[in-house]
Design a protein around this ligand. Structure first.
Ligand code: AMP
Ligand code: GLY
Length: 433
């Protein structure tokens, strides 16, 4: 079987690394299959044949799949899913890992998800949805301060404003309806501010069977101690011990399974990975948001720990056959990844900076996944905001963190930076014993 992996980030490098090891690419007694990636990145290019495809041109993707006998398309990022690429491919008979356009609304529209949670009784923040500034401003009266104001649609992780004052909330509403996030801000969701620790939970589903697929904790702010502006994520580790077995059971039973069931009942079954952003409140886990894809960089740490054949699990999701698969096995070790970003990120990142020392870093035992890198005149350079994901494992978070920073220190990336405290919450808990 041949695979086509769509995307170009660190997440896709990690997926390519595991997919390249799949038995599905090595059927007994037959020609080995091929892993293609569109567009991939220099890290992915060491594992896959990278091809230039315009993923917004569904016809072109289908033509590629036909010409290259693709047996499974794995869609990494959310935009092509929300745009319905999965539907177009499935209509032509190609198995796809990733939800339909209708089901991807779980990430594509915050209002959609809030209304679904209401219908299914899923614990989440109280909310109001408004389609114009006047009604949004009026709805603010029903919420205490701080309050959370969100653009309804996809805004590259930037469409959420936690307002500490009423004025800030009003400004956010005016900015969003003023077009700050383009069409993503045609509608606004106002939410009760929840307090607690955040954690992420992943599940694979084919629309009927649900299989837990690991937990992680992300670090969204750019600076040490969780300061500065939000980013796509500056580092992560897995598992997240804060999600105890009891809490994981509650997340599955009260959040994930009712969501999958409700989506199926409403005629929009969800298939793919369901990534739940959770707030662990005093009243138990509550949903902050869903993503319809693997997290980036959470995927990198999940893949470091996965001991089973990723290709077989993703194919089973696409083939509505997840019920036939045994529970996936993950290493009990901790994996931790540190994002090396280009100076300027999350504003305007400096492109073109030289990167060296990858072999030296990996010789210490972990993996350096490429995100925004490019080859220029035969040399590796920075080509985006988040550039590398330096990933190591250890017996606990403290050890995995030390191992990851040893790798970071072996790298040579003068125009890059990273946080020095990834995993700090758990490292502190481990120090307390
Ligand atoms: P989201 O993109 O929806 O995950 O939101 C980004 C971040 O905003 C989350 O990781 C939380 O830190 C914060 N956030 C979002 N919604 C809420 C909420 N209702 N209460 C408290 N914090 C929130
Ligand atoms: N790291 C956060 C995300 O992938 O949405």
């Amino acid at each position: 079987m041949n695979f086509l992996l769509i995307g170009s980030g660190g997440r896709e490098h990690a997926l390519a690394w595991k997919l390249a090891q799949s038995r599905l690419l090595r059927p007994e007694g037959r020609e080995p299959g091929k892993l293609y990636a569109a567009p991939g990145n220099p890290g992915v290019a060491a594992l896959a044949e990278c091809v230039a495809l315009d993923v917004t041109d569904h016809g072109a993707v289908i033509a590629f799949c036909e010409a290259n006998h693709i047996g499974l398309v794995v869609v990494g990022p959310e935009a092509p899913l929300v745009d319905g690429l999965g539907d177009s491919l499935r209509a032509d008979g190609f198995p796809v890992f990733g939800p339909s356009k209708a089901a991807a609304q779980l990430e594509g529209s915050k209002g959609f998800t809030k209304a679904l949670c209401d219908r299914a009784g899923i614990p989440t923040a109280a909310y109001a949805r408004a389609d114009d500034a006047a009604s949004a401003l009026a709805a603010l009266d029903d919420f205490a301060i701080p309050v959370v104001v969100k653009a309804d649609g996809l805004a590259a992780g930037k469409g959420v404003i936690v307002a500490e004052t009423r004025e800030e909330a009003e400004d956010a509403i005016r900015d969003i309806f003023g077009g700050m996030f383009g069409t993503a801000g045609a509608s606004v969701v106002i939410e009760e501010f929840m307090t607690g620790e955040e954690a992420s939970f992943f599940a694979l589903t084919d629309g009927a069977t649900v299989v837990p697929f690991g937990s992680a904790q992300d670090h969204k702010r750019v600076g040490d101690g969780d300061t500065g502006p939000n980013t796509g994520g500056m580092g992560a580790y897995s598992p997240a011990p804060v999600l105890t077995p009891v809490l994981r059971g509650q997340v599955l039973e009260k959040i994930i399974v009712p969501t999958v069931r409700q989506m199926a009942v409403e005629g929009t079954p969800y298939s793919g990975v369901l990534y739940a952003g959770l707030m662990l409140t005093e009243d138990g886990p509550r949903l902050i948001e869903y993503n319809c894809r693997f997290g980036d960089p959470e995927c990198q740490v999940l893949m470091m720990r996965l001991q089973d054949d990723l290709g077989e699990y993703l194919y089973a999701c696409a083939d509505n056959a997840l019920g036939r698969m045994p529970a996936p096995k993950f290493s009990p070790d901790t994996a931790l990844t540190v994002v090396m970003a280009a100076d300027g990120y999350p504003g305007t990142p400096e492109k073109g900076g030289a990167i060296g020392g990858l072999d030296e870093a990996e010789a210490l035992g972990g993996k350096v996944f490429h995100a925004g890198t490019a080859m220029k005149d035969g040399a590796l350079v920075a080509n985006g905001g988040r550039v590398l994901n330096v990933t190591a494992t250890g017996a606990n978070v403290t050890e995995a963190q030390a191992a990851a920073y040893r790798m970071v220190d072996a790298l040579d990336f003068a125009t890059g930076f990273c946080r020095r405290d990834i995993g700090w919450r758990e490292v502190a808990r481990e120090a307390e014993g």
